[in-house]
Design a protein around this ligand. Sequence first.
Ligand SMILES: [Zn+2]
Length: 264
Amino acid sequence: MQQLAPCVWAHVIEAEGFPTLAAVVLTSRRAIVVDTLTGPDEMAPVLEFLAAEAGDRHRLVVNTHHHWDHVFGNAAFPGVDIVAQRACPRLIQAELQGGDESRRLPPPEGVALPTITFGDRLTYADEDQTVHVIHTPGHSEDSLVVFLTQSRLLLGGDTVEWPLPNLCQHDGRDEWVRTLRQLKQLPVDLVVPAHGPAMDKRIIDANERYVDGVYEAVAAAKASGTGRGDLDLPAERFLTTGAAVDDVYRKAHAENLLWAWDEV
Ligand SMILES: [Zn+2]
């Protein structure tokens, strides 16, 4: 476990080439686990950490959204409440039942569904920390972030990502840009995405620039007659300086272009 702030720790694994993070927040009364990675086995270091450090604090799990790399380890916390946005349980079930060949097989333990859901915002106010869980649609319908007021830290899920985000919500552009503009208003010093390094609020600007830029460039190319398979728009064109793109993110960018082409 890596310490990010006085009361925040992270456990990072590699999931199909993407660094993927689960976090633990300790308040005076609660031990909050944010995301459960790709299966219960991957959460073993988090369980060990809780056994050693969390004492009798009340355990709680938060799923930042329904995707497999954030919820497949839910079964590692039997009897613990799982918090998510209202749409999340339905989306997990749809993904588990979907006939899509590319879907991931759930772990043998199954995927425990969220037990506490909310619409726009849920707040836990403890003596030393106020924890806001905020709905931030864009990457997915049910995406949320966890804002730690006293730590001035934001656990961003996939609402922010480095070097570039994944445009997988159909018709998500306007919602996402609105979400990112709202996030910029929060008093935070450290933004921790589920995929990518912790950094300051530059990541929010970088993602807004990418989302807006990709949709605009793809719309212009489509209007001028460029076919779906002929888009020549390298990722670098939409990135802020310093963002390096490896093969995994080059592929993600190519998929983003196709998503955008189908929508504009
Ligand atoms: Zn993810």
